[in-house]
Ligand binder design. Structure first.
Ligand SMILES: Cc1cc2nc3c(=O)[nH]c(=O)nc-3n(C[C@H](O)[C@H](O)[C@H](O)COP(=O)(O)OP(=O)(O)OC[C@H]3O[C@@H](n4cnc5c(N)ncnc54)[C@H](O)[C@@H]3O)c2cc1C
Length: 403
């Protein structure tokens, strides 16, 4: 038995022993996942137990170094842990922007002290982070951002506004892009800075959607004083001043990679089971096939595309693990996952018919299929729109000439 086979057997046994049954429902909605942070309250004993057991083992962030709260697993071991977890349909014990976005950026660009403070707090589920990138005039063209950061000697002074800041109202800290040089070319005057959301001068205003829910906020900075150094050797700025665009881009690669691989298509609720679901709702013809031929063809196409997507995820993950990183190819995953996820829920709505579209007295019920169908449209906007991903793929993956 090779070391990796031994690791797989041990991991399978550990998961079988330690992952509570209630956490094996594959449920990965924003509502059900464990986010952590100062305001976090566990939703069940099982969720708490699963988090604590994983934390003990370093499995909230399995591939991070042990000194920063991880288990120090190799990339191959991390992949095995993921495969075995998915095989029993288990939830991740902890998921948040600290793990999927800031952590990888800090591992690449942070000082030892920044990693020591922030990565451990993320791994332990103590601090929840939000992302302060977009502004009213800077979305797809993010480098146009104008939030002003002035050097005041012993501190930075920040004024400006962010928008669409997911969960800013319940986050503890924010990683933020600010402008430190207004005269330099736009990509060269941006700095990546970390702020405590409790700082004086930061205020947030939830944006209430038509559904009544508020997944994101406007975030205002009004003469916010940010210390240059939080503790010895622990600057608030990550990377070099005016070179924050490099950190921002690296983080976006992780964000898009995460969005591209967390798609519901990869769980049991995706089109893998769509055919069976359709047969249950619509019934079969005399040959035992789905009774509606047009729908049958659309479902078959969706299932084929889903297979191709899953294989592409495998291939790109292996390529990334072989040392080249994902780079611009993360845009391929993000694009495919967004579009296939939207199509998957559209098909489910078609299968469900008028029942699926039903609206209760309180409006569209949260967690319902209709809700997912409407919400999933956001996937082709958040983390960079579908059009922007197609631009990146054509320029940086396919290397097509500019028009
Ligand atoms: C649910 C959700 C959560 C979000 N969470 C966060 C968050 O936590 N933090 C954060 O900072 N931001 C967040 N965002 C914001 C998100 O990153 C932006 O909405 C996104 O980058 C698009 O920017 P925009 O909304 O300003 O649209 P715009 O950039 O104004 O784009 C409008 C339209 O023009 C198209 N377009 C723009 N430029 C081009 C081009 N060059 N070529 C072709 N088409 C183009 C776009 O594709 C789009 O269809 C979130 C958004 C959503 C929907």
């Amino acid at each position: 038995m090779t070391d990796l086979e031994k690791f797989r057997a041990e991991t399978r046994a550990w998961l079988a022993d330690k992952c509570p049954e209630e956490m094996r429902d594959g449920d990965i909605t924003a509502e059900n996942q464990c986010w952590g942070g100062r305001q976090w309250e566990f939703q069940s004993e099982a969720q708490k137990l699963w988090f604590e057991r994983a934390l003990d083992k370093g499995y909230t962030v399995p591939t991070w170094p042990k000194e920063y709260g991880g288990a120090g697993l190799s990339v191959e071991e991390g992949k095995i842990l993921d495969e075995e977890r998915l095989a029993i349909n288990a939830r991740k014990p902890l998921s948040n922007f600290g793990i999927s976005m800031l952590g990888p950026a800090l591992l690449a660009y942070g000082t030892h002290e920044q990693k020591d403070q922030h990565l451990n707090a993320i791994a332990n589920g103590e601090i929840r982070w939000c992302q302060g990138y977009s502004e009213p005039g800077a979305g797809s063209d993010l480098a146009s951002l104008k939030t002003k950061c002035e050097d005041m000697g012993d501190h930075w002074l920040i004024n400006g506004q962010k928008i669409w800041t997911s969960n800013a109202d319940i986050s503890d800290w924010i990683f933020c892009l600010v402008r430190t040089d207004f005269d330099a070319p736009k990509h060269r005057g941006i700095t990546f800075i970390l702020m405590d959301m409790a700082s004086e001068g930061i205020s947030v205003k939830p944006i209430v959607l038509i559904s009544g829910h508020s997944p994101f906020c406007e975030t205002f900075f009004d003469n916010v004083k940010v210390p240059k150094i939080y503790g010895e050797g622990n600057p608030s700025v990550v990377g070099e001043i005016n070179r924050g665009w490099d950190v921002a881009k690296a983080l976006l690669v992780h964000e898009r990679g995460m969005l591209g691989t967390m798609s519901p298509l990869r769980g049991t609720s995706g089109p893998e089971s769509l055919g069976r679901h359709a047969v249950e709702h619509i019934g079969t013809d005399q040959d035992g096939r789905l009774a509606d031929p047009a729908l049958r063809q659309r479902i078959a196409q969706a299932e084929l595309d889903n297979w191709a997507y899953n294989l592409t995820v495998e291939r790109l993950t292996d390529e990334a693990n072989a040392g080249n990183g994902l780079g611009a190819k993360s845009s391929m995953l993000k694009y495919a996952a967004s579009e296939l996820t939207k199509r998957g829920t559209e098909l489910r709505m078609d299968v469900g018919g008028t029942d699926a579209a039903s609206i209760g007295e309180e409006g569209i019920e949260y967690g319902s299929l209709a809700n997912a169908w409407l919400y999933n449209r956001a996937y082709s906007i958040l983390g960079g729109t579908t059009e922007v991903q197609l631009n990146i793929i054509s320029k940086r993956v396919l290397e097509l000439p500019s028009a």
